[in-house]
Design a protein around this ligand. Structure first.
Ligand SMILES: [Zn+2]
Length: 340
């Protein structure tokens, strides 16, 4: 079988996937029509450049601008249910067997739509998608860096409330260069006490000190963690404690966390024994899927065998409980071994 054929058939695990950033262009158009909202273009082809960066994008500003075009359309529970459902369909079409989608419900909150209501809408979409497609999905609620402590506490309480309905963890997202993690100690401690899993965007746009802080706060996984490469001692610690990194290659190039794919430290992480997982970040805005990311990884000299181990690491790092995780791990390992 060709490498492309093997990649298509490999079972996939995506642990770092933003629901809003994975919206389809056609859906943006349709939502705008339903909500009577003016977009800068009226066909999918014309709208695409406004909501999706070109594959050779190298600017964080250009990347973030794309979100502004469609963001007002998401303060709506049926829109959130729909995009959650569609994300499961899109992921299952490329053989993603386990997905953890994340979003910050505080960003969709309005006078009429509460944080728990936004969460319920997404849960509904996920449950509908799981019923129809061969995929399992967890939901991670993001605390958002530019919002208040009370907002973060409300999101944290929401994670606890819906833990039996697919919510499997919390994240801290948003601009890490401007908002210190110290502001999030309270909600993170609350979640830790409740047994909620924690992942934190750290060391993406800022230095290793943020990764150190995330580790001290008890993060179970690190979102990106690219600047770990600048602190060998911390890298050894992260490797020996097997704290997984959620690596998203294309996103890091698009937002200029790394200059180009070749300069991405993922191979050094693997060589140093760091537990690496490969993920998409923003499927829609980046115009990619996990198949594309796996191909990019092979292009960087990562072998098929190493890719197999990366997928197994994804299953091992899933925010799932004992027996569920065991079942996923064994199943993924089996499938990978049959193909590679
Ligand atoms: Zn992210």
């Amino acid at each position: 079988m060709s490498k492309g054929g093997i990649i298509a058939r490999l079972p996939k695990v995506d642990l770092h996937c933003h629901l809003d950033g994975s919206i389809r262009t056609a859906t943006i158009l349709d939502l705008a029509k339903k909500q009577n909202y003016r977009l800068p273009a009226s066909t999918v082809e014309e709208l695409r450049p406004y909501v999706r960066v070109p594959l050779d994008c190298k600017s964080l500003g250009d990347f973030l601008k794309r979100f502004e075009v469609f963001y007002p359309l998401l303060t709506n529970s049926s829109a959130m249910e729909r995009i959650a459902y569609e994300l499961l369909r899109d992921c299952s079409a490329e053989n993603v067997k386990y997905l953890e989608m994340r979003f910050a419900p505080v960003l969709q909150r309005t006078g009429e739509l509460s944080i728990p209501e936004v969460t319920e809408a997404v849960i509904k979409g996920v449950l509908r998608g799981e019923k129809e497609f061969s995929i399992k999905c967890g939901i991670i609620l993001c605390l958002y860096r530019s919002t208040s402590l009370e907002d973060s506490m409300e999101t944290a309480r929401c994670a606890v409330k819906y833990r039996k309905e697919r919510v499997c963890g919390i994240d801290i997202a948003g601009d890490e260069t401007r908002y210190p993690l110290d502001d999030f100690v309270k909600p993170v401690e609350f979640c830790k006490k409740e047994g909620i899993n924690i992942t934190i965007h750290a060391g993406e746009a800022s230095g290793p000190q943020n990764i150190r802080k995330a580790v001290e706060m008890g993060a179970d996984r690190i979102g990106h963690g690219i600047s770990l490469i600048k602190d060998r001692k911390l890298m050894e610690e992260v490797a020996s404690r097997q704290i997984p990194l959620e690596i998203c290659l294309t996103s890091n190039v698009h937002t200029q966390v790394v200059e180009d794919y070749d300069r991405h430290p993922v191979r050094d992480f693997i060589k140093s024994g760091v537990k690496v997982t490969l993920n998409t970040d923003d499927r829609g805005v980046s115009g990619i899927d996990l198949t594309y990311e796996y191909e990019k990884a092979l292009g960087l000299g990562i072998s098929l065998e190493e890719l197999g181990r990366i997928i197994e690491a994804g299953a091992e790092s899933a925010f799932l409980g004992g027996i569920e995780k065991e079942t996923l791990r064994n199943w993924i390992a089996n499938e990978v071994n049959n193909l590679i």
